[in-house]
Design a protein around this ligand. Structure first.
Ligand code: PEP
Ligand code: MN
Length: 286
């Protein structure tokens, strides 16, 4: 008998076809899921400026941390409820969906009110009570890979959510810890096709946390799509040098805009549709 995987429901053996689900018009797992925005929501002007810019570029998913898991307790911890409210207002104004990180079970109701996709950060990938609780939620969960976790541990974390009742899980490769310290993390590009072989769940790439350097975001985004990623989550800021967190890995607005036509071409090669395709095409002829 072939080796049985320790995870069941998330495995390809259990379900051979790709899992797809619709979030506000984007078919996750089929279309290219583009999520962009600041590391953290900082104030109204910042989040509205960024949202307006992103929506002009046909980006439908706004990221932004309101509860930030910072390595130091003295670093900016996020605007909390106020941040979620601001993001919701900006997203509603510009017809976008909100993606934000949840750290605690007792915030689930609040997140369900303001957020469309709940992100589980790398530091909480093995917070099993949180994962089980998110299995009872009727919203998609973006499950980042633990920075020291194997693919098997990551898929077992996804199994916690799915076996608790929520099948809408999006995996996110965000780099792992290695001996290399020129980059913030080491992006495990091969994890993308590996996960595609092992699991039917959609998987996206975070080249921002993955590298820690804005110069590396474009090439790694391209590498992610080439490897079969179902999407990208990218940090973008209107004033990266003033950002309260992760400024050095956040793209300037024009850098982000310039990246889109290339990604669009690449997505097409992989039969992934891109909402901003038309927009960038028009731009190049105007
Ligand atoms: C983030 O997306 O800003 C973040 C903190 O992500 P990660 O959990 O991957 O470090
Ligand atoms: Mn960040």
């Amino acid at each position: 008998m072939a080796d049985r995987k320790p995870y069941q429901l998330v495995s390809r053996e259990w379900k051979s076809e790709d899992t797809t689900f619709n979030v506000n018009g984007t078919i996750i797992g089929k279309d290219l899921l583009m999520i962009a925005g600041p590391c953290a929501v900082e104030n109204k002007e910042q989040i509205f400026t960024i949202s307006e810019f992103l929506s002009k570029n046909k980006i439908k998913f706004l990221r932004g941390g309101a509860y930030k898991p910072r390595t130091s307790p003295y670093s900016f911890q996020g605007l909390k409820t106020e941040g979620l409210v601001m993001m919701r207002e900006a997203a509603d104004k510009y017809n976008m969906s909100v993606v934000s990180e949840i750290m605690e079970i007792d915030k689930i109701d609040e997140f369900c009110e303001y957020v469309d996709i709940l992100q589980v950060g790398t530091r909480n990938m093995q917070n099993y009570p949180l994962l089980r609780a998110l299995g009872k939620v009727n919203k998609p969960i973006l499950l980042k890979r633990g920075m020291s976790s194997t693919i098997e541990e990551w898929l077992l974390a996804a199994e916690y959510i799915v076996s608790s009742g929520n099948e809408k899980v999006i995996l996110c490769e965000r780099g792992i810890r290695t001996f290399e310290n020129a980059t913030r993390n080491t992006i495990d590009i091969s994890a993308i096709p590996m996960v595609k072989m092992l699991s039917h769940l959609p998987i996206i790439l975070d080249p921002s946390q993955g590298t820690g350097h804005r110069e590396l975001v474009a090439p790694m985004s391209a590498a992610g799509i080439a490897a079969g990623s179902d999407g990208l989550i990218i940090e973008v800021h209107n004033q990266p040098d003033e950002a309260l967190s992760d400024g050095e890995q956040s793209l300037f607005l024009d850098q982000f805009e310039n990246l889109l036509p290339t990604l669009s071409g690449q997505a097409k090669l992989r039969n992934k549709s891109f909402d901003f395709e038309k927009n960038s095409f028009e731009k190049s002829f105007n």
